[in-house]
Design a protein around this ligand. Sequence first.
Ligand code: AMP
Length: 313
Amino acid sequence: MSLLVVGSVAFDAVETPFGKCEKMLGGSASHFSISASYFTDVRVVGVVGGDFGDDDAIVFATHAIDTTDLEKIPDGKTFRWFGRYDYDLNVAHTLDTQLNVFADFKPKLSDRSKQSRLVFLGNIQPDLQREVREQVPNAELVALDTMNLWIENTRESLLRTIKGVGVVIINDAEARQLTEIPNLIKAARTILSWGPKALIVKRGEYGAALFTSDSYFAIPAYPLESVFDPTGAGDTFAGGFMGYLSSQEKLDEAAMRRAMIFGSVMASFNVEEFGTARVRRLTHAEINERFSAFKRMTHFDEIPFERVAQAVK
Ligand code: AMP
């Protein structure tokens, strides 16, 4: 039971139609690890600056997240992301990205981290993702996320990184941009042809789909009446997905399908409040209740069509 994540640990400034927050803990590795910590032991690889205080780090400690490999550069500044959402909360508008300490980061994993069974290469430069991936050659499952910035600016490096992973977890716009194919099913086939065994396409309020070479599985999103801040929903989904898999012995398709539900459950909580606020105070009972709601929401009886045909005679 051990799950390693590399990704950004950030200070986010976010504006949505419902509110504004000038500085809060964010970053792909933060959202991912808090979510995954409800299922398994998590270790974070990343870097922060001298401006990252004990108050910011406390959430890792209270969720038993191992930060041995979270380096601190005392005279550097923490990664910053400035984003805005309009009424279409599925689309994030990046106003500014400041890499700061990530610009010169060279990840060096501790011996314990190198033994991790599962690895998540969270959204960060693909060179860094690969440097981490290469230090965990025996991992049983490696998954990756990315975003438009890296698809546009570091495409070749990203394609090399994708070739070395088992699962790609991206959103629909990224799948289209990455492949330059507008049809999502064709885009999925193309990504799978590059090497990964599975592809998960996140579709915001419309749910998520899992593609393998011979199967397709899709789920809706949990129906919420009020969505406040979608920042980190994708990473929180990935945290629930990988966290659940990490708790399982068999990483087969049945486990992946259940993991998709746990990913959606965690993401549905994430969007209810700013940043990590909602997910950091979840209870097991709340997670369980929403998991059951998904089961009820997606259940239907199979009936032989002859019975329908008889009724119309
Ligand atoms: P998500 O909403 O799950 O796609 O991810 C949002 C999180 O990603 C925010 O907390 C940001 O700090 C982080 N983020 C935004 N842009 C980048 C980037 N270029 N590299 C790494 N992390 C980023």
